[in-house]
Ligand binder design. Structure first.
Ligand code: IN0
Length: 416
């Protein structure tokens, strides 16, 4: 099915084939199996369970930083799962979120009342906290501080609705901007990145905001179905009386206008993303940071002006996701991807859209930063389209691999 969806994109077919042969992303896992305790192995298993592809990117980090980021990710998953647990009443949840950071130092603490998908990280929190306590104190202090600030922020937001755009920024800062700030401190503490990465907290915040705003935009329907609302009223209030109205067929044009406004808002973070990424020196840290960002722009391009956001799940093709993961290993490559996806958004702008001029403005800004203003340039087309139709190249690639497999099997049988 993944191959069928990518038939019009031969480079995706090729990358899907490589992905199947070489495994996740061809990234080199640097885990030292002999030196790994059972509990740390369990932590990496939890990481695989929560996010297989992202787990591979974390495993490719080097030295102490790899384990610190793995534990940071799992601890944050646990905190996020607590926040998401709709079965916990607010007056119980608020103190739980606020005291969460203290449980990192309580060997027996766990939480068994959550019904969420990722509840395992709460139920077996003692395994994660055990590995947390083995980290160097610099990493522990950073993780504890971020959990404390995030727990306070989440508790504060429990009772307040997301009314203004400032509320939206503040909420995204607590749940994602702080992650960027924490990661930047971990990178600098490991010595793998320079101090400026840690010091410029605005840029680190923007890295998180770009990801979180994209998630919120994409997950409109899923959140509605689960009784959650993360779109700010200052935006949707211009188009509807309630946010839930956007699921009604007759409200589709208004819903799409609001969607386009939020996509345009999220894109404002891209210049900061470029500056942050361009300051990274370590290639593994760069890939780790760049992959989620290019996935986010591809998700925004898939969502922009797309009514599907209000009636189904908008996901990027697996072939595209694999291609982005393989490509995003240099600033030039990231800028090319950003330009390609931004051009897709530009092509979908309708002149009658209320945010059209703002969208054009941010598109121009992003393209200027990628130094590719030329809309008709070769960059948007692929090499393949110069010699044959994308469909026929994809079919030829699949045929070649199937034949190769067939011949290899035949050769094995004859050798018997
Ligand atoms: C992340 C971020 C993340 C990675 C790298 C650098 C970052 C800098 C600033 C902020 C966040 C950064 O990336 C992950 C990506 C991820 O988990 N992808 C999932 C897809 C999904 O939908 O869940 C996958 O399966 O591939 C991310 O989304 N978040 C995250 C959480 C912890 C850490 Cl340590 C890093 C979550 C969030 C809320 C966006 C910060």
């Amino acid at each position: 099915m993944d191959f069928l969806k990518s038939l019009g994109h031969p480079e995706e077919v090729l990358n899907l084939l490589l992905f199947k042969v070489r495994g996740c992303n061809g990234l080199v896992p640097k885990t030292d199996k002999n030196n790994t305790s059972n509990t740390l192995r369990t932590c990496y298993r939890y990481l695989d369970q929560t996010s297989r592809s992202f787990a591979a990117v974390i495993r490719a980090l080097d030295g102490e930083l790899r384990d610190a980021v793995c534990i940071f990710y799992l601890v944050l998953r646990a905190l996020d799962t607590l926040e998401d647990s709709s079965s916990i009443q607010h007056h119980i949840k608020a103190p739980l979120l606020q005291s969460f950071h203290t449980h990192l130092y309580q060997p027996l603490w766990n939480y068994t009342e959550s019904c969420e998908k990722d509840r395992q990280v709460l139920e077996d929190f003692s395994t994660i906290s055990l590995e947390f306590r083995k980290l160097s104190s610099v990493y522990r202090d950073i993780i504890t501080d971020i959990c404390w600030r995030m727990g306070e922020g989440m508790a504060e937001m429990l009772e307040s609705k997301l009314t203004t755009m400032d509320d939206w920024e503040r909420y995204c800062h607590y749940v994602a901007g702080l992650v960027g700030i924490g990661l930047s401190r971990l990178f600098a503490a490991s010595g793998q990145e320079e101090e400026v990465i840690r010091e410029d907290t605005e840029l680190a915040n923007s890295m998180g905001l770009f990801l979180q705003k994209t998630n919120i935009i994409r997950d409109y329907l899923e959140d509605q179905q689960e009784g959650r609302e993360f779109w700010p009223k200052e935006a949707w209030g211009k188009y509807a009386k309630t946010l839930a109205e956007f699921t009604h067929r007759e409200c589709m044009p208004a819903a799409v206008s609001c969607l386009n406004e939020l996509v345009t808002n999220a894109m404002q973070h891209i210049p900061d993303v470029f500056t942050y990424l361009s300051r990274l020196r370590n290639p593994d840290v760069f890939t780790f940071c760049a992959i989620p960002q290019v996935m986010a722009i591809a998700t925004l391009a898939a969502c922009y002006n797309n009514p599907q956001v209000f009636c189904g799940v908008v996901k990027i093709r697996k072939g595209l996701a694999v291609t982005l993961m393989m490509e995003a290993n240099s600033m030039r490559a990231v800028k090319d991807i950003m330009a390609r996806q931004t051009l897709e958004i530009a092509e979908a702008i309708k002149p009658e859209d209320p945010s059209a001029s703002e969208t054009h403005h941010v598109v121009k800004k992003v393209l200027r930063l990628t130094r590719t203003e030329d809309h008709g340039g070769l960059m948007v087309k692929t090499r393949w389209s110069l010699c044959a139709s994308p469909f026929s190249v994809s079919c030829a690639l699949i045929m070649a691999v199937v034949s190769w497999h067939y011949l290899a099997t035949l050769q094995d049988m004859l050798a018997w």
